[in-house]
Design a protein. Sequence first.
Length: 162
Amino acid sequence: MQTYPANLDATGLRLAVVVARFNHLISARLLDGARSAFLDNGGREDDLHIAWVPGAFEIPQAARLLAISGRYDAIVTLGSVIRGGTPHFDYVCDGVTDGVREVMRETAVPVAFGVLTVNDIEQAMDRAGGCEGNKGADVTLAAIEMANLLPALAKPPSADGS
Ligand code: INI
C-alpha cells in the first residue's frame, strides 16, 4: 500500500494570491491570514506575489494567466461576495466558482478557493479572522498541500515505495 502524506511545508514554493478589492476590509484580513500561513510554514516573502483585481468576478481571469505562466506552484484566490437584495450575488458567485474550477481543470495548477459567499458583513468578519478563524489561512494551507501532492502523484513510485 502506498499513501501520500499531507505535506504542509512551503519551503521553496512560489505562491500567487489573487485578491478582490471589493469589500476591501474583508479582503485585507483574508490576505493577512494567507500571508501568515505561507510564511509560518517556510515560504519566503519574495516567493509570495499578490495581484489585486476589482472584484470577485475578475478573479478567474487573473488566476488563469498566473497559472499558465508556469511561474507558480499554486494560486490562492481571496475575496467575499455578500448577499444583497438583487440576483447580482448569484451571478458573481457562479462566475467566480465556475471560473476558478475551470482554471484548475485547464491548467492542473492548484487553485485554492478563498472567496467567502455569505449573507452579511458579520458572517464575513467571522470567517476573516473572527470567531470562525481565517479562511485565507485555511485555503493557503490547502494550496501548499496540493502544490506538494501533485508532483508526487505525477512521479512514478520508486522500488522502495517512497
Ligand atoms: N464583487 C465582489 O467581490 N463582492 C461582491 O459582493 C460584489 N457585489 O455584491 O456586487 C462584487 N461585485 C463586483 C464584481 O465582482 C465585478 O467586479 C464587477 O461586476 C465588474 O466586472
